[in-house]
Design a protein around this ligand. Structure first.
Ligand SMILES: Cc1cc2nc3c(=O)[nH]c(=O)nc-3n(C[C@H](O)[C@H](O)[C@H](O)COP(=O)(O)O)c2cc1C
Length: 211
């Protein structure tokens, strides 16, 4: 089994999100000792810019045509990222909440890979996701509390956005672990919530990608 781990926090060892995802991978390695993890840190990766040529390519594909020669160079890196994304069996995203949603690094990555013909296509019945039978686990941490039933819940544009955007690609089986609140109630609550989330994450890792 091969997993793509997409990291969207620049905070390295200081990251609360990564403290939780490390427990997930401990659980995963216990159940699947041979599993391979391809780590893509989108905060460090030089992602291709979406220049006018690159964006024009998207419209050519939307029109059902192949990329013309003059656009191909602008798509070399885009296609490499798409192929890397499609080459794995399952996905883990580790991302903090930034301004009620995802950090721009992750948005840039999504804008690069979510391309017609490769990840989805339009049919007479509407859009069809082309990434079939692959699961995703998303581990987030948030300064505040956005859990269902809380006043903050209506401001959680992160979980619905991630579900929608990867749902378009066909990835419907997405499990979230949201560690919260990390900042609003001080360090002792933060510590307690990280501990709780790590326990959940370890257990999830043991079975998340079972067939
Ligand atoms: C640029 C930026 C924007 C943020 N926006 C929010 C926000 O909208 N809501 C929230 O609850 N926390 C917000 N936070 C706090 C982080 O989500 C929180 O501290 C998180 O635990 C950081 O995760 P990390 O340590 O893995 O980077 C923001 C932090 C930064 C740096």
């Amino acid at each position: 089994m091969k997993i793509l781990h997409i990291i969207a926090t620049p905070r390295g060892e200081e990251s609360r999100t990564l403290k939780v995802s490390s427990a997930f991978f401990e659980g995963l390695k216990k159940s699947y000792p041979g599993c391979k993890v391809d780590t893509l840190d989108v905060t460090k990766e030089k992602l291709p810019p979406l220049t006018v040529k690159a964006v024009n390519g998207k419209y050519v594909l939307l029109g059902g045509k192949d990329l013309p020669e003059d656009i191909k160079p602008a798509w070399t890196e885009i296609i490499k990222h798409i192929e890397r994304f499609l080459s794995v069996d399952a996905y883990v995203i580790s991302t903090p909440m930034w301004n009620f949603s995802i950090p721009y690094y992750l948005k840039h990555y999504i804008d690069v890979i979510l391309q017609p013909k490769y990840l989805f296509r339009y049919t007479e019945k509407g859009p069809e996701g082309l990434v079939k039978d692959k699961k995703m686990v998303v581990i987030t941490s948030r300064g505040g509390d956005y859990s269902p039933g809380s006043p903050g819940h209506a401001y959680d544009f992160q979980e619905p956005y991630i579900r929608s955007v990867f749902g378009l690609a066909g990835i419907q089986d997405i499990t979230f672990i949201n560690s919260q609140p990390m900042d609003a109630l001080g360090p002792s609550v933060q510590e307690e919530k990280i501990k709780e989330s790590r326990e959940l994450a370890r257990k999830l890792g043991e079975k998340a990608f079972d067939k």
